[in-house]
Design a protein around this ligand. Structure first.
Ligand code: APR
Length: 318
């Protein structure tokens, strides 16, 4: 039997997710959105490309949670983006309300699903989703690290004129300005990036600029697009997580995962390397951090904790 992926939110990322999943023949797709016409229209449009692209998955659109029943994977992008004049707390309040509705909608209909959250502010929203839904912590994860790492690798590749597949690196911490690109774990064609700095192949200033550009990667795209935020790279990153789960690939991927003592933190979600297989998050991988990386990671988790405290003020039930 074909697997079933439900996409909650059929906006820019939701539509792109549906298209990528179909092109990969990964699973049947249900697009859910409060704007049901958007979900139905996108499902029909993509389905009509099946004779051209030769895929066999079915696609449908709905605003009824019954149609999402028994999903194997749920990817959530429901939410509103930050608009001019809106504070971070305003956004938090609106998206918390939306995520509560989503949690109520999925907890009984798909209790066994692997749930990937993309809605911002990511780390806090994924944590709220887990609490509201009561779904197992190893089955509720956030997508951010793959995207941030992918941006970092792309920028390095452009600068160094080296193909992306020869660069290994990843980004940890919260999904925001405090994210931590892991320079000590960055290898260019097998060589430590620090070695390239000492060989003058890249200056420390250039590297710092790339780190800063990565941290502001989302904002750079918002500035270009003017209406809306990035969607191709976020969708591609979400699909990689879904694929690792559905096909039991056990890939090690940086994701926002629940920490239960790992890296010295408890009862908080933050970006760490995890192994994703058929059991969900099968392992949080604890890599050795340099003193600076550790400090930056701790600061980053602290800012996630602060924002979660702000969420608790909005909803004391959290
Ligand atoms: N239930 C279901 N869908 C909802 C709900 C809800 N309660 N509230 C809003 N939506 C839908 C909107 O109707 C819209 O179609 O969520 C969709 C969001 O789509 P876009 O506005 O196009 O946003 P997108 O670019 O896809 O990003 C979604 O991901 O990266 C984050 O910051 C981004 O939080 C945002 C999210």
């Amino acid at each position: 039997m074909k697997k079933k992926i439900t996409l909650i939110g059929a906006g820019q990322i939701g539509g792109t997710l549906a298209h990528l999943i179909a092109l990969k023949n990964l699973a049947d797709v249900v697009l859910f959105d409060v704007a049901s016409g958007l979900a139905k229209g996108k499902a029909l449009d993509i389905a009509q490309s099946s004779p051209v692209n030769n895929f066999e998955v079915s696609l449908s659109g709905t605003d009824n949670y019954e149609d999402t029943k028994d999903s194997d994977v749920i990817i959530i992008t429901a939410g509103v983006p930050r608009k001019p004049g809106m504070t971070r707390d305003d956004l938090l309040e609106i998206n918390l309300k939306i995520i509560k509705q989503v949690a109520d909608g999925i907890k009984n209909t798909s209790p066994n699903a692997f749930v990937i959250c993309i809605t911002n502010p990511l780390d806090v929203i994924v944590m709220a989703l887990q609490k509201y839904s009561g779904l197992p912590k190893n089955k509720v994860v956030g997508m951010a690290g793959i995207l941030d790492s992918s941006r970092f690798i792309y920028f390095l590749s452009e600068e160094l004129k080296i193909p992306v597949n020869k660069i290994k690196s990843f980004v940890l911490g919260g999904h925001g300005d405090s994210m931590v690109p892991m320079l000590d774990s960055t290898f260019i064609d097998g060589k430590e990036i620090k070695k390239l700095v000492s060989e003058n192949k890249i200056s420390i200033e250039k590297l710092d600029k790339i780190v800063e550009r990565t941290k502001k990667g989302g904002a750079e795209i918002v500035k270009f697009l003017e209406k809306g935020s990035a969607f191709y790279a976020p969708a591609a990153s979400g699909v990689e997580m879904a694929e690792s789960y559905l096909n039991d690939l056990k890939k090690q991927l940086p994701c926002a995962a629940y920490l239960n003592g790992e890296y010295g933190f408890k009862d908080i979600y933050a970006g760490v390397p995890v192994v994703i297989g058929s059991k969900g998050v099968e392992k949080v991988v604890e890599i050795k951090l340099s003193d600076l990386e550790k400090k930056n990671f701790n600061d980053s988790v602290k800012s996630v904790t602060e924002l979660f405290n702000a969420a608790k003020k909005i909803d004391p039930n959290l």
